[in-house]
Design a protein around this ligand. Structure first.
Ligand code: SF4
Length: 899
């Protein structure tokens, strides 16, 4: 195995979004590291967003899986027990071999992740598709960008993002479709904002919600959910009418224009029809079309709002059609641009980690199968596509798939109909999970074997970002416990299954060389993905590899754009216009489910929070799961603080956020919370499993739903050093705090009845060692407070009170950080009230400098700082990563409006 020697500062990449920012990590010799942006990395030039900047807070080992574990006897009800690698690997190899032999390749599956490094992905894909004979290898990237992959392949003949981030610097118009880039790709969004400031570039945002991104736009089009293809069909009709139509490009380099235009004309004959169908103002539609037509340098970025749809592929192609019709593709400042959600979704696509790809951007045509078979010397190569994510878990539910290996992802929380997924997992004969956490919804759904995988900071390999740039992720921490890299784990299983010589990798570099060699094998320019120039890279050069955009072949000059002069990867080398179907949501609203439920991300969390949830800084921005609802709907339904959201697939209880940025009739719920972090707020339990026919991507943004108020008589919180498990009928949400854990609570059980349970909890400080408990009980008003102290520090506290005067933790939670409490702090621990003159911080707006809403409001009210620049000077808020700038603007605006 390749062990990286400790180094003062290590160049690596961020493990979160597809921007792929370069990170400088300096280990502190105590298991942590100082994190900074890498100024030399072309993706971010030194900048990090709030999530990247807080990476140093996520390195602790408290939640880590450090040793292999086995469920003895195989029963899901048996306890997991520590075992050794030999036994665990033997169990996995024997189980897969047995089931493969008995039931054939359709009975086994791997479910992978865009969090894996390319080398991990390559080895897993090779084992399953080349040696076990099944293409049932899919990935959580299916939920993220599969519609972009399918759209690219339909239009270009290959899965290529034609442009580069540099195009955002050079564009005069940036269109963001279904992308809340200010929160989900923050560093790239800053880059767009700089281009606007420096060059006057315009920004159009197409999104049903008025997001932080939309608030910054020159023009926001609050489109009706699902209607993007109509909007872009109307644009194609307009472009075909105008000088901007590039007849030379269309005739020379494309096919299918007339059919696509005829369909577009059916769907969107005029602006009035587009406006009516899309729920937009006709003047706004005209303004968008005029701007697009008049601006040669236009980049259209699209993300989950386009992809996560049962018609996502058509939406992608409707966008690409407009760029092909104008020839605005592959040239500086121009092109369609898919913004990838995950750090290595692109790397997964490159190795073929999707069930409908074979390897290295090759599919399942007979010549491609034969080529890969010969390269791998594969004894049992898969000969047809496998099951895509949603269908894979449906096959598990039906008992057809009997053995599953989940790597680095949490499908029991993130797939549509997640409750049914958990039930399906419990039916598996063999359920293997390799992960770096001991507990998550998937592991807890009954995994028989847990394999401890290396986490960010320990892994060594490569990732590819949204602009095709391959960067090294380098280890800067030693492997803890018995954790191992995923490529090592998969190779070890493969060797035990009889494939020793084909999986005899000594390092990630070894795997990378083979991956690069396959990309170049019998290629000769016929395939887009080609790393031929790296196929013989030596270990030292691999270690030092600078970020590089593919293709990387001899004669290619780096930072390549595609298609300015055709050269598509279709049989006739022409791009294909695609005629989209008429837009329609798959699930219709009804009397029972009258709302459309949208799901998505919040600014400071990532996926199911296994990493970002460890950071107190990140948890302070949005500490609890919520449902966002339009004010008119909230009034009509009589919503208070909490609501139950229900669909045909599940239900959950969420805090209510009323927002005029939400469309009437629509709801929004964030995807992050799960069984580890909240009592009953898993967004994906609610999501319908409808999928796009080409991409298999689920329609995660439009499930028919109902919402109803939920009342809790009592509210409060617990502050503890370790996890606090509230009673089953309480609502709770857990958040990391510096020095401990905060649990927000809502209950209908009288606070004083919590006394026994709480006393036991607070005694966790070990009463025999001299812990003390102080209590305050007001039975008339229904207030119960307790605090526990040990050796002069606060061990825990519980505050419960009436919902209309709910206790706040702002003043008290910082006490967990103090090693010794004085008399004033001890009083505060029981009163919860801030001392006179101290402003309660409220939810944190600027995560970089921990500046809370209360402090910002105080600065505005006292006129110490009344605009964003002045707030930056006075409080530093918004002066580092800039992720909070849209919110700062909104706060200033709201205040100006109110005064
Ligand atoms: Fe990481 Fe933020 Fe950069 Fe995305 S934008 S890669 S989350 S630092």
């Amino acid at each position: 195995m390749n062990i990286v020697a400790p180094s003062p500062t290590v160049r690596t990449t961020c493990p979160y979004c597809g921007v792929g920012c370069g990170v400088l990590a300096t280990p502190d010799s105590a298991g942590g590291a100082t994190i900074a942006g890498d100024e030399a990395h072309p993706a971010n030039h030194g900048r990090l967003c709030s999530k990247g900047a807080a990476l140093g807070e996520t390195l602790s080992l408290g939640t880590r899986l450090l040793h292999p574990m086995l469920r003895k006897g195989g029963s899901k009800d048996a306890a997991l027990a520590r075992t050794d690698w030999d036994s665990a690997l033997g169990q996995v190899a024997e189980g897969f071999s047995r089931i493969l032999e008995r039931d054939g390749p359709n009975a086994i599956a791997f479910y992978l992740s865009g969090q894996l490094l390319t080398e991990d992905y390559y080895v897993a894909n090779k084992l399953m598709k080349g040696f076990l004979g099944s293409a049932n290898v899919d990935t959580n990237s299916r939920l993220c960008m599969a519609s972009s992959v399918a759209g690219h392949r339909r239009a270009f003949g290959a899965d290529i993002v034609p442009g580069l981030y540099q195009d955002l610097d050079e564009a005069e118009l940036i269109v963001l479709a279904g992308s809340n880039a200010a929160w989900c790709h923050p560093v790239l969004f800053r880059r767009m904002q700089e281009s606007r400031r420096a060059r006057g570039a315009k920004l159009v945002v197409i999104d049903p919600r008025r997001t932080a991104t939309a608030e910054e736009a020159d023009l926001h089009l609050p489109i009706r959910p699902g209607m993007d293809a109509t909007l872009f069909a109307g644009l194609l009709v307009r472009l075909a009418d105008r000088d901007t139509f590039d007849r030379r490009y269309v005739e020379r380099y494309t096919s299918g224009f007339e059919a696509a235009l005829a369909r577009a004309t059916e769907l969107a004959p005029d602006i009035a029809t587009v406006a009516r169908t899309s729920g937009l103002d006709a003047a706004d539609v005209r303004a968008f079309y005029d701007l697009f037509a008049a601006t040669p340098r236009v980049v259209t970025c699209y993300s989950q709002g386009v992809n996560q749809s049962a018609q996502g592929t058509d939406k992608v192609n409707a966008i690409i059609n407009c760029h092909l019709a104008t020839g605005r593709i592959g040239r500086p400042g121009m092109g369609p641009f898919s913004l990838t959600g995950q750090p290595n979704a692109m790397g997964g696509r490159e190795v073929g980690g999707l069930a409908n790809q074979l390897a290295a951007h090759m599919s399942f045509s007979p010549p491609e199968i034969d080529r890969v078979r010969r390269f791998w010397n594969a004894p049992r190569i898969a000969t047809h596509e496998g099951l895509k994510a949603v269908q894979m878990f449906e096959a598990i539910e039906r008992g057809e798939i009997k053995a599953l290996w989940v790597m680095a992802t949490n499908p029991a929380a993130s797939l549509p109909r997640a409750g049914a997924v958990r039930a399906a997992l419990a039916k598996l004969e063999l359920f293997v999970a390799s992960d770096n956490v001991r507990s998550n919804d998937t592991v807890n759904a009954g995994a028989h074997v847990l394999l401890p995988a290396a986490a960010w900071g320990e892994k060594d390999g490569t990732v590819t970002n949204s602009e095709r740039r391959i960067s090294r992720q380098r280890a800067f921490l030693p492997l803890p416990g018995e954790a191992r890299p995923d490529w090592w784990i998969v190779s070890a299983v493969a060797r035990r299954m009889g494939f020793a010589k084909d999986f005899d990798y000594a390092s990630a570099a070894d795997v990378f060389r083979e991956h690069a060699a396959l990309s170049a094998f019998e290629n000769d320019g016929a395939r887009d993905f080609d790393l031929g120039a790296l196929a013989a890279i030596e270990d030292a050069a691999y270690d030092a590899l600078a970020p590089v955009v593919w293709p990387v072949r001899d004669g290619a000059n780096g930072d390549t754009r595609f298609f300015a002069e055709g050269g598509f990867f279709t049989p006739d080398r022409k791009a294909r216009f695609v005629a989209p179907e008429a837009p329609a949501l798959r699930g219709a609203t009804s009397e029972l489910y009258p709302f459309v439920l949208n799901t998505g991300r919040v600014r400071d969390q990532w996926h199911t929070m296994t990493r970002s949830g460890l950071s107190p800084r990140l948890g302070a921005h949005t500490p609890e799961p919520f449902v966002e609802v339009h004010p008119a709907d909230a009034r009509r339904i009589g919503l208070g603080d909490f609501a139950r959201v229900e669909t045909a697939h599940g239900e959950g209880v969420f805090r209510v956020r009323v927002s005029a940025g939400q469309q009437a009739g629509a709801l929004f719920v964030p995807i992050h919370w799960n069984g580890e972090t909240a009592s009953s707020s898993r967004a994906c339990d609610l999501v319908a499993p409808h999928t796009d026919p080409y991409s298999g991507q689920p329609e995660s943004k439009a499930t028919p739903a109902a919402i109803a108020p939920v009342a809790f008589a009592w509210r409060g919180f617990a502050l503890t050093r370790a996890s606090f498990v509230p009673p089953p009928d309480a609502w709770w949400a857990r958040v990391a705090l510096t020095g401990g854990i905060g649990t927000l609570l809502a209950t209908n059980e009288r606070p004083v009845l919590w006394r026994d349970r709480v006393a036991a909890l607070l005694r966790s400080a070990d009463r025999e060692n001299g812990s003390e408990i102080a209590e305050y009980i007001d039975t008339r008003r229904g207030i119960y407070r307790a605090a526990s102290f040990h050796a002069g520090r606060l061990e825990g506290a519980l505050f419960l009170g009436p919902a209309d005067a709910a206790p706040q933790w702002d003043a008290i939670k910082a006490l967990l950080e103090l090693a010794q409490l004085g008399a004033t702090e001890r009083r505060l621990a029981l009163s919860g009230r801030a001392a006179d003159g101290i402003v309660e911080t409220g939810p944190v707006i600027c995560a970089c400098f921990g500046v809370g809403l209360g402090v910002i409001r105080e600065a505005i009210t006292s006129r110490a700082a009344t605009n964003v620049e002045a707030i930056g000077k006075a409080l530093r808020a918004g002066t580092n990563c800039g992720s909070c700038l849209p919110e700062l603007k909104r706060i200033v605006h709201e205040h100006a409006h109110a005064s």
